[in-house]
Write a protein that binds this ligand. Structure first.
Ligand SMILES: Cc1cc2nc3c(=O)[nH]c(=O)nc-3n(C[C@H](O)[C@H](O)[C@H](O)COP(=O)(O)OP(=O)(O)OC[C@H]3O[C@@H](n4cnc5c(N)ncnc54)[C@H](O)[C@@H]3O)c2cc1C
Length: 413
């Protein structure tokens, strides 16, 4: 059966067509499950292709069960990065402590996954690309829900009507803005900005992270393997988000360079690399918090609805779990009941994971000398202790079984 036949076939079976905006983590995961439940799925992605590469991300707790049910666990286990050491440095470059990464992330040795973001997006895309229509290099221009479906015009000029539309287009979601209004209502700034980019591994680092801190400033190098590249990360305190820099790469470089001027350790080399890098990603550290994740026939998933910030290390896990819950909640229900079930089943899990920032998520980045000394004292104690147990937030949801049955209805376990 060809891909087109399959698409036609699934349309005939369910009669329901859906559009997902965004092909990163939440988008393809949602496409996978909706396709399972008989929907004809189209995914539109602004970029020209699935964006591969990128920093390491964690998949933990409940999200591990999602990727297991998708059949992706063996592939992701093979891609596991296995960071072995996390070393903290004083402002002068001397060592504070060297610990196992799980001691501070709350991960579980031998169980949790840490993979390159691109390995996860490639695996998710590979799991659905033959069953789902992907449209790259385009995006939603307008959405109109006044008829019996959602009338969509695309930036490329086409017009199509879908039964439902999903925004999986990240923390700065255009779908959210179109349906719910400006981001500022939902954006919660957490007091930092950061830049990530890759640079040459001239440091001899292997399977480890080294982090340098002074009050309000952190510089880290992540060596995910033995290769000749490291991920450079520069994080700094910013009580207000610098809105004027978000759309201007030159201003971002200038701001970061000014903040880290006169910094020690390898920071001058990092700033030199920042000038040359072509993959700089700069953003504020923030969360998205919304009173509702749906409106009419449009719903949001992943960072678009509930970005938790990298301080929690749970963004990808929330995207995977949210996609599973959204699709399963819809199977056998109309959009109104399905979206309500999605919120009921998922909101508490999101809340406890977003709450991790209030329970120590930002302690790795102290902004005062006293707080930094407290953190360093804690790290010295930690280095003498075995890795901590997993934080319960990661596993705070037991996944329901949504089993597809004849006629598009399902069993709920
Ligand atoms: C430095 C850093 C470190 C991180 N570390 C971790 C970690 O350790 N663990 C963890 O779980 N998470 C981590 N995260 C967060 C994680 O990357 C995100 O939470 C996760 O990627 C959310 O996935 P998503 O699919 O919801 O959104 P995104 O990954 O943001 O994807 C959105 C997609 O939508 C596309 N798009 C945007 N606008 C449009 C449009 N108008 N039309 C069509 N397509 C559009 C984008 O191109 C993109 O492909 C980290 C993030 C950063 C920046």
């Amino acid at each position: 059966m060809t891909r087109t036949d399959q698409l036609t076939d699934s349309r005939t079976t369910s009669g329901r067509t859906v559009l997902i905006s965004g092909a990163s983590i939440a988008g393809p995961a949602l496409a996978f499950w909706l396709n399972r439940y008989g929907y004809a799925v189209t995914v539109v992605e602004r970029a020209g292709t699935v964006r591969s590469g990128g920093y390491p991300i964690d998949v933990r707790g409940t999200a591990l069960e999602v990727v297991r049910r998708m059949g992706l666990l063996p592939r992701l286990r093979d891609a596991h990065i296995d960071l072995r050491r996390l070393t903290f440095l004083e402002g002068d470059g001397s060592e504070v402590a060297s610990v196992h990464p799980h001691a501070v992330t709350g991960g579980v040795e031998g169980k949790d996954l840490e993979v390159r973001r691109g390995d996860l997006t490639d695996a998710l895309h590979g799991a659905v690309r033959d069953d789902v229509e992907f449209v790259f290099g385009d995006s939603i221009d307008t959405l109109d829900q006044s008829g019996s479906g959602v009338d969509v015009t695309f930036s490329g000029g086409r017009e199509r009507t879908f039964d439902m539309v999903f925004g999986a287009d990240g923390a700065h979601s255009r779908t959210r803005e179109e349906v719910f209004g400006p981001e500022v209502q939902f954006h919660r700034h957490l007091g930092y900005c950061f830049a990530v980019f890759t640079m040459r591994n001239t440091f001899g680092l292997s399977h480890e992270t080294v982090m340098w801190n002074t009050p309000g400033r952190a510089a880290a190098l992540y060596a995910v393997g033995d290769d000749d590249e490291v991920h450079a990360f520069l994080n700094f305190a910013a009580p207000e988000p610098p809105f004027d820099t978000f759309a201007d790469p030159d201003r971002q470089r200038d701001l970061v360079t000014a903040i880290f001027a006169n910094a020690g350790w390898e920071v001058p080399n990092m700033l030199a690399a920042l000038r040359e890098a072509d993959d700089v990603f700069f953003d504020g550290v923030s969360q998205i918090r919304m009173p509702r994740w749906s409106s009419g026939r449009v719903a949001l998933v992943g960072d678009a609805a509930y970005a938790p910030s990298f301080l929690t290390g749970q963004g990808s896990s929330l995207a995977l779990v949210g996609a599973y819950m959204l699709a399963g909640s819809l199977a056998g229900r109309d959009h109104t009941a399905g979206f309500a079930a999605y919120e009921n089943g998922t909101r508490e899990f999101v809340a406890v994971n977003q709450g991790l920032v209030g329970s120590g998520g930002a302690t790795l980045f102290p902004t005062t000398a006293e707080a930094l000394e407290r953190r360093n004292a804690g790290l010295r104690d930690l280095s003498a202790m075995p890795p901590a147990q997993a934080r319960p937030a990661h596993s705070a949801l037991t996944l329901p079984e949504f089993r597809p049955m004849r006629g598009g209805t399902i069993d709920r376990g």
